[in-house]
Design a binder for this molecule. Structure first.
Ligand SMILES: Nc1ncnc2c1ncn2[C@@H]1O[C@@H]2COP(=O)(O)O[C@H]2[C@H]1O
Length: 577
């Protein structure tokens, strides 16, 4: 605060001194003095509102300092995860180029005011180093605003305005440097009462600058070299300004048209088609009325296409939040699982019908069913006048012809005419999508079929033949029998499994026992082999001879003999095991 008052008082005393000097010195000295004041273009404005200028300057400095704190605490993404650790954030910021710019922009260059030569706001030029941060902030705002086109145009206009303002200041400063009124190009003589006021000076300069930068008006021809240079630089900038204005405005218009084309079907295209095909006026009017209704009431019929740019989960969430109020009014969807709604919601196609238009006609092949979002529709007789029923918000229709209800005499044909009473907003759901979804949700399918059956019965279009009844009973019997035999099979299988398990256990224990028995045999067999006596060898030989004698025995006995050998082999095998 002290510094601020000191700076103020310093400035005031300097100004006071300058004022008195001005009075003392003559006309020649005045010109020299003007040259030093060129640094500040509209000097009087600066003098008159010094307090305001200083306050604004230091408020903006405070904002810059606050921004440094914000920047230090701004988290960043590292390998997809958000880093919020303060020490890491600090370290990152302190090592960044942004930090260097921020420090340089906050250097207290205002102290140079103390030097008479630098006594000009130009000493604060280092604050311009903050401009990348400003453009970053503007970019963020542009992505967040709900009106990006208006924002873009406003930003462009403000930038052009600032550019024209700076150019006006430069023009005035140059005029002052050359001498007011010294030729046609410069600012007219400031001593002239008409051009004396600061307001007039600013407005004239701004107007002059606008003429040059927008290249829309005739400006006096430059006379001096400085004037030529100024004009050349300005005209070059003007080309860029003009190009960016045209480009940006063009972009905005394109965006608006694109948005309209995505939101609503292209009216111009259909119009020219109708013209080229010489369509009758009444039909033309109906088409126009439909387009008008879409535009005026913001009925978007291409929601699915617009949302397609988003990931599926986001699409579903948005679609559910938009359409849930309608779907929750539909009786069949009221108590159903949320997953069914989620599956359905992306398959719904919005459709809008004009008053008196038929949504479907009796006898047509049904390809989709409809859910009423808004409006009223009538089930009408073929005369188009007699109304059987009126359907409203939350009702659905068109399901009978696509559900393949058993006994439906009309098959896949529409059972009634449905006509829109006023404008009506519907969701259509194709046969394929409905079948796909309902295959996973049999309860909803049953409800739909039940409702269809009720209507068909009322209309006497449901066929319940005796043959059909018998067939049904037979089928039910068969199903019951299959069920009971399945149950018996299941019990038998369970018993078998238990038996198998117990015999496996028994076998294992037997094998264990045999292993224990045969453990000591190897050693005994080896010993026996070594001490085999001549008598034993003799006995063996005799046995061998006996076997040879058996070969000569009759057939019946051979069988027994073989069996005896087989038993021995089995015993050997078991022992080996
Ligand atoms: N009396 C009625 N009341 C309500 N809705 C009906 C009536 N008659 C027919 N509909 C509906 O109108 C639809 C016409 O096409 P669908 O036959 O596919 O399915 C029909 C039913 O959903």
């Amino acid at each position: 605060m002290n510094r601020w008052t000191k700076l103020l008082s310093l400035h005031r005393t300097q100004n006071g001194e300058e004022e008195s000097e001005k009075k003392k010195e003559g006309q020649k000295d005045e010109k020299r003095e003007q040259k030093t004041k060129v640094k500040v273009c509209f000097y009087e404005v600066e003098q008159q509102f010094q307090a305001i200028w200083y306050t604004l300057d230091y408020i903006s400095d405070l904002v810059y300092v606050a921004d440094i704190f914000v920047k230090v605490r701004t988290s960043f993404l590292e390998q997809g995860s958000l880093v919020q650790d303060i020490s890491r954030l600090k370290k990152r910021y302190l090592h960044s180029f942004q930090f260097l710019l921020d420090v340089l922009s906050q250097l207290p260059t205002d102290l140079l005011y103390l030097n008479n030569f630098f006594n000009s706001p130009v000493v604060r030029i280092n604050r311009f180093l903050r401009s990348p941060r400003l453009s970053e902030a503007l970019d963020r705002m542009e992505t967040r605003t709900a009106y990006p086109n208006i924002f873009r145009i406003s930003k462009l206009m403000i930038l052009i305005f600032v550019l024209i303002h700076w150019n006006a200041c430069l023009y005035f400063a140059l005029s002052k440097h050359i001498g007011f009124g010294s030729d046609e190009w410069v600012y007219p003589n400031a001593t002239d009462s008409e051009f004396n006021s600061t307001r007039r000076q600013y407005f004239y300069s701004f107007w002059f600058s606008t003429l040059i930068l927008t290249t829309v008006g005739d400006t006096p021809d430059p006379v001096r070299e400085e004037e030529f240079l100024f004009m050349i630089a300005d005209l070059l900038i003007a080309v860029l300004v003009f190009a960016s204005v045209v480009g940006n405005v063009g972009n905005v218009i394109m965006n608006l048209r694109d948005r309209d084309n995505v939101f609503f079907p292209n009216h111009e295209l259909v119009k020219s088609y109708l013209r080229s095909r010489k369509i009758s006026k009444t039909l033309h009017k109906r088409v126009n009325a439909w387009y008008q209704h879409l535009h005026i009431n913001k009925k978007i019929t291409r929601e699915n296409e617009i949302l397609q740019q988003l990931p599926v989960t986001l699409q579903t969430t948005i679609a559910v939040s938009v359409h849930l109020p309608t779907l929750s009014k539909v009786t069949i969807f009221q108590n159903c699982e949320s997953s069914l709604l989620e599956q359905l919601v992306l398959k719904l196609t919005p459709q809008v019908y004009n008053p008196g238009e038929y949504v479907c006609r009796k006898g047509d092949v049904g390809h989709e069913m409809y859910i009423i979002k808004e409006g009223k529709l009538a089930v009408v007789a073929d005369d188009g006048v007699t109304q059987y029923a009126v359907l409203g918000e939350g009702n659905f229709f068109g399901e009978i012809s696509i559900l393949n209800i058993k006994g439906n005499k009309s098959g896949n044909r529409r059972t009634a005419n449905i006509r829109s009473i006023g404008y009506s907003d519907l969701f259509s759901l194709s046969k394929e999508d409905l079948t796909d979804t309902l295959s996973e949700f049999p309860a909803a399918k049953q409800l739909l079929e039940e409702k269809g059956r009720q209507i068909l019965t009322k209309m006497g279009m449901l066929e319940i033949s005796e043959e059909g009844e018998e067939e049904k009973e037979k089928m039910e019997d068969k199903v019951a029998r299959i069920e009971s035999s399945l149950e018996t099979l299941q019990t038998k299988l369970a018993r078998l499994i238990v038996e198998l398990e117990s015999s496996v256990r028994k076998m294992m224990s037997r094998v264990g026992q045999l292993e224990l028995q045969t453990d000591g045999w190897e050693g005994i067999v080896a010993e026996g082999a070594g001490s085999e006596t001549d008598d034993e060898a003799e006995k063996k030989r005799e046995v061998g001879d006996g076997q040879g004698g058996q070969e000569r025995e009759p057939q019946e006995e051979r069988g027994e003999g073989d069996g005896g050998e087989q038993n021995k082999d089995e015993e050997k095998g078991e022992k080996e095991k």
